[in-house]
Design a protein around this ligand. Structure first.
Ligand SMILES: [Zn+2]
Length: 89
């Protein structure tokens, strides 16, 4: 028997592979904001997390880190702009 393989996706927490239907999908929208994608159809970069509490926790940490990086980038930009107003290139 040659069964067609079901789509498997890797959980970003434990790196195990699961059926897509057993995972929650998240995508990054244009503003690099992570949002849940219940239909698993949204275009763009997506990632998957399995149902384990441990992996949900890893996702939360990852999102928190992304938030901090975004904030840091914004601050760096603001600092650059402030320096730029001194006329240096
Ligand atoms: Zn997992």
């Amino acid at each position: 028997m040659n069964r067609k393989p079901y789509p498997l996706r890797m959980c970003i927490g434990c790196r195990e592979r699961f059926f897509k239907t057993d995972l929650r999908r998240y995508t990054l929208d244009a503003g690099a904001v992570t949002r849940e994608d219940p239909e698993q159809l949204a275009p763009g970069r997506g990632f998957y997390v399995c149902a384990k509490a441990e992996c949900a926790g890893k996702l939360q940490k990852r999102l928190a880190r992304q938030d901090r990086q975004r904030t840091a980038l914004k601050r760096a930009d603001a600092a650059k702009n402030a320096q730029g107003s001194q006329g240096h290139e």
